[in-house]
Design a protein around this ligand. Structure first.
Ligand SMILES: Nc1ncnc2c1ncn2[C@@H]1O[C@H](COP(=O)(O)OP(=O)(O)OP(=O)(O)O)[C@@H](O)[C@H]1O
Length: 271
């Protein structure tokens, strides 16, 4: 008996956003299966953040269709989006922490506010603690965001993105503005967040290394830390997308990405 084919986690089918000559996204099509990683590069203003916003239903597609978890969400009423979003973890570019909330309240926010999850109140603190331990910030529960460094705030953002154990994780420029060592630590946490649960991961980044680490390493459950992939046909199933003026200029695996002759795409692929 053949097993039914698994539905993709996220599908963009000829999606455009904007009007007439001012399309900010143009005919974007791709699909992501469970456990896959998509690295999105592109110049400033090329539509990377917009793509994530449409995937979250924060902006409506002007044309085309978007599917999430096998469901057509293109014209989903806002009240139904809450449940879909409870299956997605997000880290936005600005971090998005609430300044007047403690770290515990910030990380617990999705648990308290997503009704589909129905987390009993007594389970919220243990889940928050677990999530903060995951990013090695278990000692910061009572602090406020202003008391933490930029890199620590980014880690809190990751803790909040993963606290609901989502199937899909969207990261918008998680390493922007960080020094290289902190940036690598952040990416290592994103690898860990992906591999511990097999989450589908989309990451917008300007750093070429971010993609390389996500593609070439897995989280090592036994010893902690990262281990290189490649042995026994192990692969992180990573693809690269390059956005240009709202359209996809490139979508494919690293080998094609590295060899791409298009000068715009080559700028993002260069070693
Ligand atoms: N809500 C909106 N309505 C219409 N146009 C928008 C909206 N938000 C952004 N844009 C436009 O869409 C284009 C792409 O913006 P976007 O924020 O996706 O860029 P980006 O690739 O993420 O850039 P950066 O790397 O600087 O973050 C920009 O020209 C922007 O002005």
């Amino acid at each position: 008996m053949s097993t039914p084919q698994e539905a993709p986690i996220l599908v963009f089918d000829d999606v455009s956003f904007g009007f007439d000559d001012n399309l900010a996204l143009r005919h974007v099509s791709f699909e992501l299966m469970r456990g896959e990683t998509l690295i999105i590069h592109g110049a400033a203003g090329s539509g990377k953040t917009l793509l994530l916003k449409l995937a979250l239903g924060l902006l409506p597609a002007t044309s085309g269709r978007i599917h999430l978890f096998g469901q057509d969400v293109t014209r989903l009423p806002e009240r139904d989006w809450f449940d879909v979003r409870s299956r997605i973890g997000v880290l936005f570019q600005e971090g998005g922490l609430f300044d007047s909330f403690t770290i515990e309240e910030n990380v617990g926010y999705p648990l308290v506010n997503q009704r589909l999850l129905q987390v009993p109140p007594e389970q919220i603190r243990p889940k928050v603690e677990q999530s903060l331990e995951f990013v090695e910030l278990g000692h910061t529960l009572d602090k406020f965001p202003s008391e933490l460094s930029g890199g620590m705030r980014r880690r809190v953002g990751i803790a909040r993105a993963i606290v609901t154990q989502p199937e899909l994780l969207l990261y918008d420029s998680p390493t922007a503005g960080l020094d290289p060592i902190t940036a690598n630590n952040i990416i290592a946490l994103i690898v860990k967040g992906r591999d511990v649960r097999g989450a589908t991961t989309v990451i917008v980044t300007h750093r070429h290394q971010d993609g390389e680490i996500l593609e070439r390493y897995r989280y090592n459950e036994k010893g902690g830390g990262l281990r290189p992939v490649g042995a026994n046909g192990d692969s992180t199933r990573t693809r690269y997308m390059v956005m240009k003026e709202g359209a996809i200029a490139f979508l494919g695996a690293s080998l094609e990405f590295d060899c791409c002759q298009d000068p715009y795409v080559a700028k993002f692929a260069s070693r």
